[in-house]
Design a protein around this ligand. Sequence first.
Ligand code: KDO
Length: 330
Amino acid sequence: MRFSPVRRTLLTTAVAASVASVGGGAFAQNKIKLRLSSPASATDQRAVALTSIFGPAVASFADLDPHWNASLFKQGTELEAISRGNLEMSIASAQELAEFFPEFSVFAAGYVHRDAAHQVKVFNSDFFQPYKKKVEDKLGVKLLSVMYLGRRQLNLRTDKQINTPADLAGLKLRMPGSEAWLFLGRALGANPVPMAFTEVYTGLQTGAIDAQDNPLPTVRDAKFFEVTKQVVLTSHLVDLNYLTLSKRVWDRMTPAQQATLQKAANDAAESGRQKQLALEGELEAFFKEKGLKVYTPNLDAFRKQVQEAYLKSDLAKNWEKGALERINAL
Ligand code: KDO
């Protein structure tokens, strides 16, 4: 994995910018504007939890100003925007963080996190604290909470039966556009095509791509079921996002405001997680009613191929020593 020149420059300017902001003082009178940008739709449970729980909980001192469907910043550019002081919040993936800090790709690797509870354990573990600190110090971004997106499943516009990774050979599988994502697509046995989330519906409709992967609630929210014929339950990634906040904004809040905001973030993440889990349990039936095939392939074959691909990859060379073992032990 390479550090792009843009990302490297940004890491240097971010540190300079956060040094310059020291001594900004608490937000005493004016409310803090918290612009949040995400490709998520307004019906996504993370969005629902942020607007119905987080926003009201911080309303005495902050105005949450969410922009869904990537309407403010393009997918994958949000961390850079926060770092440069152009945005206050985002819902970031470990894959996006791996663009700046390659060691984050371990949290984005297939068949590593076991479930939603495991994600929370990892996020709160002593082992994860230096990762958080590095993102704060070098990028000026605070990782507030871990949000559960769900188990990513394959969603195809063709009805070819998929049993093992070999059945995906040559399949144009859309992945979000970063190296850690594309690697996952290749590890599954497909031909990954980078594409922004907001373009996926049209991509499936026109046949620019053969398939996409996302958790069941996202397949419903984004209406991908309207333009696909099957869902193959590979559960290849128990996917997470981090709710992020500009460290500069955090540092200018009073300790009481910080405590309120942190609790609001944790409460919103917990509510979103529970709703997302419940939906995952219900949606198989919904897709079947809509006429899609929904079935489980040979999971041992997928797990074996994906895990082996990671272990012998360049990505794994960037993982902290013992990281995988520590995650597995939690
Ligand atoms: C996607 O682009 O497929 C993805 O699921 C990636 C996630 O990290 C997350 O950003 C998500 O999109 C968006 O929030 C839209 O749900």
